[in-house]
Write a protein that binds this ligand. Sequence first.
Ligand SMILES: CC(C)(COP(=O)(O)OP(=O)(O)OC[C@H]1O[C@@H](n2cnc3c(N)ncnc32)[C@H](O)[C@@H]1OP(=O)(O)O)[C@@H](O)C(=O)NCCC(=O)NCCS
Length: 146
Amino acid sequence: MSDDIVVRQMLVEDLDFVVEIENSNTATGWTKRQFQHVLDCSKVLIIDQQIIGFIVISTTLDQSELQNIAIHKNYQHLGYGEILLRYGINGLAQAVRQLFLEVRVTNFTAIRLYQKIGFTQVSVRRDYYPAVLGREDAIVMSLQTP
Ligand SMILES: CC(C)(COP(=O)(O)OP(=O)(O)OC[C@H]1O[C@@H](n2cnc3c(N)ncnc32)[C@H](O)[C@@H]1OP(=O)(O)O)[C@@H](O)C(=O)NCCC(=O)NCCS
């Protein structure tokens, strides 16, 4: 893992890199326009002056939602996803009591990361996501924030 790690607000000029990261992970990810709408609540992770990840957390009153998080395919499983998620959680407004997220039932890597950080399952949303064959369930998870 690099020592040169920076997390900062996502800017318009980051969007091409951000979409490239999204596309490195999924063919059905967010578009540039979708990221543009959530710039205010989005951050990028930079190592050695290169953007390799992003996180999007929106907040309404005392509840936040992890809308998206990804690390570039070439930099996964090196600890960066955990660093970025912990950074996002630490940066939540003081009023926030709970952080929610939805994750595909088959996304075992992400589920393990969330469990490691302390998220627990709240419910299941049947057929929530489009899948290669039909639809796929989402697990709804939440984390109580101090
Ligand atoms: C999910 C994601 C953000 C995790 O980022 P990462 O940098 O790869 O994860 P880290 O290296 O920080 O690993 C943190 C924890 O995740 C879990 N994890 C990571 N890689 C894993 C693997 N190959 N298998 C199982 N669990 C894994 C482990 O719990 C790990 O902790 P540990 O190493 O102490 O066991 C990243 O894999 C990603 O971008 N995936 C594609 C996009 C995505 O699915 N986003 C989530 C949408 S809900």
